[in-house]
Design a protein around this ligand. Structure first.
Ligand SMILES: [Zn+2]
Ligand SMILES: [Zn+2]
Length: 312
């Protein structure tokens, strides 16, 4: 199968290796392309300080470094410049003007921060020592409330537009594997999946629109607003989930609605590149997919994708 990953982190945020090391690893593995998607800076905009976002003051250096790598690897590895942008209710999102104005090839939209019923922000994929007290104090250990809040936030991200790729769709299951706060078989959960799949299909059908009255975000550029869903193997690679994001059940719902998929490793280290791609492809085939999308770059403001068969 064609190997590509446009969801890649480096030492600019919480990755383990620098841009050049990741490029060399991708090239050695026979990758066609590698796209960098540092966690976009949020500190200046939101006041939230973390170790895992790109610092605001390093954004220009990040862009320069990736563009220099693109020139260095030309003819051997296609290098793309992107960002993984957090949607945080009322604070920031992929449709923000400052993000749209950057010279990016693509934007990955993500929900890590989920507002609790009391308004506190909770990181849904937080490590145990942070997850356990937050789930208790903000959600009263109510799994249904957390799951509801998560899908609500994800729906807002989808409606907000501005992103080319929807990241790790059912990330809420990451900590569920350890703490079991909801059942994926629960009809309410199934309904949340179906509603989310409907929403993605609806946004995709508004060809070229991609505007988002709710957040005031403007249409990105002509032809945008058609988000692609990634099949993200990061949870498998790091031993957190047996399935990719999203799970086979969601892949089936997306297939019924003809939503195209691309495969990413959410790589945080060189050996993550291409990890569990076979599992992702097998799950996609089981869901009825015969092809995947491979990112091709940006032209006239439009994300370009190419369809490739899912080889057995
Ligand atoms: Zn993420
Ligand atoms: Zn990521």
């Amino acid at each position: 199968m064609i190997l590509s990953c446009i969801h890649t982190h480096t030492t600019f945020c919480d990755g383990a290796a620098d841009v050049e090391t990741m490029c060399a690893a991708a090239f050695a593995k026979g990758f066609e392309s590698l796209g960098f998607s540092s966690h976009a800076p949020i500190a200046a905009k939101t006041g939230i300080r973390t170790f895992w976002h790109l610092p605001d003051e390093r954004l220009a250096e990040y862009i320069d470094t990736v563009l220099a790598a693109r020139r260095r690897w030309a003819g051997r590895l296609k290098v793309f410049l992107g960002l993984e942008v957090d949607y945080i209710r009322g604070l920031c999102g992929p449709g923000d003007r400052d993000i749209l104005d950057l010279p990016l090839d693509y934007i990955i939209g993500a929900v890590h921060y989920v507002p609790s019923p009391g308004g506190e922000l909770f990181i849904v994929d937080a490590p145990e020592e942070e997850f356990v007290p937050g789930f208790r104090d903000y959600f009263d250990n109510d799994g249904g409330a957390l799951v509801r809040a998560y899908w609500e936030a994800y729906g807002e991200l989808i409606r907000a537009g501005g992103c080319d790729v929807l990241a790790h769709l059912d990330l809420v299951k990451k900590n569920n594997a350890r703490f079991g706060f909801f059942s994926p078989e629960d009809p309410r959960y199934r309904r949340q999946l179906a509603e989310t799949a409907d929403l993605i299909a609806e946004v995709r059908s508004r060809s070229g629109a991609g505007t988002v009255p709710e957040t005031g975000a403007e249409s990105r550029r002509p032809g945008s607003g058609l988000p692609v869903v990634e099949v993200n193997t990061g949870g498998i690679i790091r031993g957190r989930t047996p399935d990719p994001y999203p799970s086979p059940a969601m892949l089936g719902l997306l297939k019924e609605r003809n939503v195209p998929l691309t495969i990413n490793a959410d790589a945080h280290a060189p050996d993550h590149l291409g990890g569990a791609y076979g599992t992702a492809a097998a799950d996609m085939r089981k869901a009825g997919y015969t092809a995947m999308l491979v990112f091709e770059g940006r032209e006239a403001g439009k994300a370009l994708w190419r369809e490739e068969p899912l080889d057995p």
